[in-house]
Ligand binder design. Structure first.
Ligand code: FES
Length: 120
């Protein structure tokens, strides 16, 4: 399932509960700038859904992401592993690079982009 921003409030991406604990979802606020949100408990982080290895989406199937132990997000193409908390690649063909972070905040169970002027 892809979650679309319906502009209920400026910068609203989704409810935190929509992100599986230990998993990830894709947000398609703008089709040309998909975002992946990963969650661990009450914490969540957002990144552009672009793998630094080949500059393609991290997933094959729409909104289907591989994660491990609520710690790592894996690229479906060549298995690069990215830490939830900073997007750093810790294993795989682009080790040492990082996903591009998108600043978010969580307010009363909802996830907002920090800077709505980023085009969302
Ligand atoms: S495209 Fe992601 S690891 Fe190669």
């Amino acid at each position: 399932m892809t979650v679309a921003n319906d502009n209920r409030q400026a910068g609203l991406l989704c409810a935190l509960a929509e992100v599986p604990d230990g998993g990830a979802i894709e947000i398609s606020a703008l089709p040309e700038m998909p975002i992946v949100i990963v969650r661990r408990g009450v914490d969540a982080w957002a990144y552009r859904n672009v793998c630094p290895h080949f500059s393609i989406p991290l997933n094959y199937e729409p909104n289907t992401f591989w994660t491990y132990d609520g710690e790592l997000l894996m690229c479906a193409h060549h298995s690069a592993m990215f830490r939830f908390e900073d997007g750093r690649c810790v294993e795989g063909p682009c080790e040492g690079t990082a996903l591009t972070a998108v600043g978010i905040r969580i307010d009363r169970g909802e996830v907002f982009i920090d800077n709505p002027e980023q085009g969302l």
